[in-house]
Write a protein of this length. Structure first.
Length: 372
């Protein structure tokens, strides 16, 4: 009975939302020719409260509650080059210490649709990866990425290629070198008025190894890949948009002693509707067979490092999402999410809900070129 009720709720929006619209969490560096020579004070802030009520699934329940603060100085060196330098601070409520304090430095070069970033990347949800490949909660507990990135954005095309260097080693280091690289690609194949069909392709690869450390372990490379088709449209009236996004995903590793298996697969179907009041209703179905994830949500994986004794060869669940975004003021967005899901193997209904405040703004200080 519980499964039947949940199926009704999932299919009810059946014109159906797919992967999450995380636009409210994006903090892209804009580069405008009119800002050449100008100095700004910038501030990015995220307040978050996310409660995961998980009782009989692959991970246990927990709560994330706190804020992130990233004040920075921003100087446009020329009409197409911007330099930002600041500090990133994270405070988890109930922890007397700051859980993370790191410097941030980003150099961005823009030439029409081409963008190159060196230093602190436009990472995290900016990559627009599906959840089996990138866990939304990394925004809340492991957000920063550092390395190099190329982004190409124009109507009908999105390309993001990056390398995130996670562990530097030196001679006789006692830990191996680690980095993650990825490609996220989306191309509109057909555009028929209010309806378009897109081709998404995604790859995440993780490397662990090195020649100058003292660790006598093999060099390990792991891959996650995904591809599919998306159908989306816009409409008038209360329902402003709809779509269906379907993906196939896979995992592969060269490790001689993997956590569970050397390869696995999964498929992911996401129907949704958007309304004019800011509410999105999304249904998701995931089926995985020995699938493992590098940086994706552990809900989708058959095994993960945090719970090595819990292995589910097949992962199968249905999820309903209620997503609400509202602009509170210039630069400030409130996001509320409720996400119940039915684990069809345990037959248990689990859920999570979250509340988020995103603020991102720059404040003009002076024009350095005029003051010379």
């Amino acid at each position: 009975m519980k499964k039947a009720l949940f199926l009704i709720l999932l299919i009810a929006p059946a014109v159906a939302v797919a992967q999450l619209d995380n636009g409210a969490f994006e903090q892209r560096m804009t580069v405008e020719p009119s800002d050449s020579g100008k100095l700004y004070l910038g501030l990015n802030m995220l307040g978050f409260a996310k409660d995961n009520e998980f009782f009989d699934t692959v991970i246990e329940g927990y709560t994330l509650f706190g804020y992130q603060l990233n004040p920075y100085l921003s100087y446009n060196i020329s009409k197409n080059v911007r330099l930002d330098a600041g500090v990133y601070v994270q405070k988890d409520f109930g922890n007397d210490d700051y859980s993370d304090v790191k410097p941030t430095l980003s150099l961005k070069i823009r030439n029409n649709n081409f963008n190159f970033i060196f230093g602190t990347l436009e990472g995290s949800v900016h990559h627009r990866l599906i959840e089996p490949l990138y866990d939304f909660e990394r925004v809340l507990n492991n957000r920063l990425e550092n390395g190099a990135q190329v982004v190409w954005m124009k109507d009908g095309l999105f390309l993001d290629a990056w390398i995130d260097w996670q562990k530097m080693i030196y001679a006789n280091s006692v830990e191996p070198e680690r980095f993650t690289a990825g490609i996220s690609f989306n191309k509109t194949l057909f555009n028929l008025g209010d309806v378009h069909i897109d081709l998404p392709l995604q790859l995440v690869a993780a490397h662990q190894g090195g020649q100058i450390d003292t660790v006598d372990n093999e060099v390990i490379t792991r891959f996650n890949m995904a591809g599919g088709l998306t159908l989306e449209g816009t409409s008038t009236g209360f329902v402003s948009g709809w779509g269906v996004k379907a993906y196939g995903a896979m995992f592969n590793t060269n490790a001689s002693k993997p956590l569970f298996n050397k390869e696995g697969v999964g498929y992911f179907v996401n129907p949704y509707i958007k309304t004019r009041i800011g509410l999105t209703v999304m249904g998701s179905y995931w089926h995985g067979d020995r699938f493992q994830s590098i940086e994706g949500s552990p809900l989708y994986a058959s095994a993960n490092d945090l719970y090595p004794n819990r292995i589910d060869r097949k992962r199968d669940f249905l999820m309903l999402r209620l997503l609400y975004d509202v602009k509170v003021a210039d630069g400030l967005t409130l996001t509320a999410r409720a996400e119940p899901f039915l684990d069809t193997y345990s037959q248990e209904l689990e859920y999570s809900f979250g509340l988020y405040l995103n603020f991102s703004e720059r404040f003009f200080l002076l024009n350095a070129k005029k003051n010379r």
